[in-house]
Ligand binder design. Structure first.
Ligand code: UD1
Length: 422
């Protein structure tokens, strides 16, 4: 299994091109199920989760042609309406095929994702919403079996759906299903994350009638069919935020290219609070960290536009080196502090009580052997390793490969010393 060897203590200097967003690309590729015409998708990051999505789409019968960062997808001959356990267990976002399969083919058999390392993460909201749109849903042998065979023309029926809790993939699943439903669907308390908006913009280009993207009330008027189109995936704000946090922790000066700073306000504010300078310029963000001292920043995660849970672990590594105490409260997922014990192995002082971590801040972290436990936890260990004294070996970096494109190459271009070893 691959490991990452990081020799810490080198400031980061230079430019980094931010990749397309994983969390936008996944639903966008899956939206190909909604039409028999080809979709050409650009700026697709090369990641393990994208490979898994392509595998799943191929399994369903979708034709996928790949060239560099673009994909051509055509779902004119879908042969299966099933997402098997083996695929869903490796990537929870596979649940996103549920809405599109049901809306276009009137049936879907999708494995329940089960537990995952950052908490229970149920999909009850996805199921309830589709039931409210008229689908019959049974849970059988660990599978969600959904059908619209009993409905007129086998079509889902638009209705008002109130989401008890803001859910990103829940909103995306319902939005995709509603594009081919009979009549109007209103999603109340919808997710406002930029990735949901990006999917919505693709669907509009495919001919869907959607209003209210970027707000918590999304209205979708169903249409009989959708068309093919060309679309460029938005930038990955979490990848960008991870590099910003890395320079805030390890020092140096980097310029991020291919970003939209207006989608990153909560992250930019916290980076500034930590004592780094941030210059914004159209589609670029420059981060400069020349002073030694890192200021502690308190974090409370929340739904967009609040501070993203996907950046919490990276800020823990930064706070671990701060000149004073800080508190990090996780409100979205239970059990998302597994990076804490690994950071402690590197010399961090962190106590966890309930959903809050109390970080004391130490002068230096020391390189150590640590284990990646999930995607963003791995990113926090990379940041700690870059800022630490000595050598850090991170094991199980397959987690990192799920969400960061060419991470060691990008970091080495910035002057870091990172090596992939066996
Ligand atoms: C998405 C992102 C993930 C990010 C998360 C929160 C993708 C592929 N993944 O995950 O990177 O960390 O949003 O921003 O976009 N919940 C329920 N019932 C449901 C659905 C969700 O109780 O049916 C709960 C979850 O357990 C969690 C909260 O709602 O506590 C938010 O989860 P959700 O927004 O659905 O996360 P994902 O869409 O899985």
């Amino acid at each position: 299994m691959d490991k990452l060897k990081i020799t810490g203590g080198n400031p980061l200097q230079g430019e980094v091109f931010v990749s397309g967003a994983k969390n936008a690309a996944l639903p966008i590729l899956i939206a190909s199920i909604l039409t028999s015409e080809p979709l050409n998708i650009f700026n697709v990051p090369i990641l393990k989760d994208i490979e898994t999505t392509i595998y799943l789409l191929n399994f369903l019968g979708v034709n996928v042609h790949k060239s560099n960062d673009s994909l051509m997808l055509c779902a004119d001959k879908v042969t299966k309406t099933e997402a098997p356990y083996d695929l869903v267990k490796t990537m929870r976002a596979s649940i996103l095929v549920l809405g599109p399969l049901l809306a276009r083919f009137g049936e879907a058999h999708v494995s329940l994702p089960g537990g995952c390392s950052i908490g229970a993460r149920p999909v009850d909201l996805h199921i309830k919403a589709l039931e409210k749109m008229g689908a019959k849903v049974n849970i059988h042998n660990g599978y969600i079996e959904a059908s619209t065979a009993h409905l007129p023309n086998k079509k889902l029926i638009g209705t008002k759906i109130f989401m008890d809790q803001v859910s990103v993939t829940g909103t995306e699943n319902i939005m995709m299903a509603a594009t081919l439903a009979e009549g109007r669907t209103l999603i109340e308390n919808a997710a406002r994350e930029p990735e949901v908006e990006d999917l919505g913009n693709l669907l509009i280009q495919m001919g869907a009638k959607i209003k209210g993207l970027g707000t918590d009330n999304i209205q979708i008027d169903g249409t009989p069919s959708l068309l093919g189109t060309n679309y460029k995936v938005m930038f990955d704000r979490i990848e960008a935020g991870t590099y910003m946090t890395a320079v805030a922790a390890a020092g140096g000066r980097i310029k991020l290219k291919n970003v939209n700073p207006s989608k990153m306000e909560s992250i930019i504010e916290k980076i500034k609070e930590s004592g780094a300078l941030v210059h914004i310029n159209d589609d670029q963000i420059e981060v400069i960290k020349s002073e030694d001292k890192i200021l502690p920043v308190n974090i409370r995660t929340g739904v967009y536009p609040l501070f993203p849970t996907d950046m919490q672990a990276q800020f823990m590594a930064l706070n671990a080196l701060a000149d004073g105490p800080s508190e990090i409260t996780e409100t979205i997922f239970e059990n998302r502090f597994m990076h804490v014990q690994e950071l402690v192995r590197m010399g961090a002082h962190i106590d966890v009580k309930g959903n809050t971590s109390f970080v004391k801040g130490v002068r230096n972290l020391d390189g150590a052997n640590v284990m990646a436990t999930d995607l963003r936890a791995s990113a926090s260990l990379v940041i700690a390793g870059l800022a630490a004294k000595g050598e850090t070996i991170i094991e199980r970096i397959y987690h990192l490969d799920r969400g960061y494109e060419r991470i060691e190459e990008k970091l080495n271009q910035l002057g870091a010393k990172v090596e992939r070893i066996q």
